[in-house]
Design a protein around this ligand. Structure first.
Ligand SMILES: Cc1cc2nc3c(=O)[nH]c(=O)nc-3n(C[C@H](O)[C@H](O)[C@H](O)COP(=O)(O)O)c2cc1C
Length: 243
């Protein structure tokens, strides 16, 4: 076949095939062995019980948390699977009080507009059960504020292409691992989404292909911390086997 289009009788997909000369042969290594629990069910139940005590916290103590602890939580998060192994995330950890204050002021500005103008009545009714408001003191009170960004292009020096795939799914899984790691360390966090969040990229001077995904204050709960009285769905409502 010559020229741009398929010849007579050739399948249409021929013109959709990208050039393949750049493809590299896959390389494989043996799966790293790891110690197995004696009782898989018991191990899974123990993890579920530990995670059942996790709650989103909106009142933080100023008790310090070591930088190494946050680093280890991010290291756990960064093991997440990702579309085509693109690992399209950046965890920006903010401990500087001035910077936290700047973020709080900008977040509260957006949140005031959200509560007063952008949110519809249903949304406000759903949030009413949680007792949230435009006031975000936890951004300053928590010793660390972790801002998770999603990368809309691959910027690694060893990349084969610039494209990224399933970015929301990948970054969501990394966020889940981060939240689990924070809980495992005996700390608390809040999955916060000041809406909209573009100010975070500006304040933290991130490249334009990074988009803010979540803001997660991390620390110890304040003494006497209260949380909304809410219920988790029972297993039979969320778990289905076969059809
Ligand atoms: C994607 C996402 C966004 C959220 N955004 C906010 C937020 O902006 N402010 C807030 O106070 N809580 C926020 N939350 C926390 C939820 O309200 C909380 O997870 C839910 O009420 C369940 O409570 P629990 O985390 O204590 O189990 C968010 C949670 C998720 C998963």
């Amino acid at each position: 076949m010559s020229g741009d289009g398929p010849g007579p009788g050739e399948p249409q997909r021929a013109i959709l095939q990208p050039p393949r000369e750049h493809l590299q042969p896959p390389r494989a290594v043996p799966l790293r062995p790891r110690p197995l629990p004696d009782d898989a069910s018991a191990a899974a139940r123990a993890f579920a019980e530990a995670m059942a005590t996790r709650r989103s916290v909106r009142e933080f103590s100023s008790r310090p948390v070591a930088r190494e602890t946050i680093e280890a939580c991010v290291a756990a998060a960064a093991t997440a699977p990702s579309g085509a192994n693109k690992q399209p995330w950046s965890f920006v950890v903010v401990g500087d009080p001035e910077l936290k204050r700047e973020i709080r002021i900008a977040a509260e500005l957006e949140e005031r507009m959200f509560y007063e103008q952008r949110a519809n009545d249903e949304w406000l009714a759903d949030l009413g059960l949680l007792g949230t408001s435009p006031s975000k003191p936890f951004i300053e009170d928590a010793p660390w504020v972790v801002v998770l960004f999603k990368k809309m292009r691959d910027d690694r020096s060893e990349r084969i292409s610039d494209q990224v795939y399933y970015v929301n799914e990948s970054v969501g899984i990394a966020a889940g691992l981060f939240i689990a790691a924070v809980h495992q360390a005996g700390l608390a966090t809040l999955t916060h989404t000041p809406s909209p969040m573009q100010f975070l990229g500006r304040i933290l001077r991130r490249p334009d292909y990074e988009r803010p995904y979540l803001l997660l204050p991390v620390g110890y709960p304040a003494d006497g911390c209260m949380v909304p009285d809410i219920r988790r769905r029972p297993l039979h409502e969320v778990l289905f086997f076969d059809r």
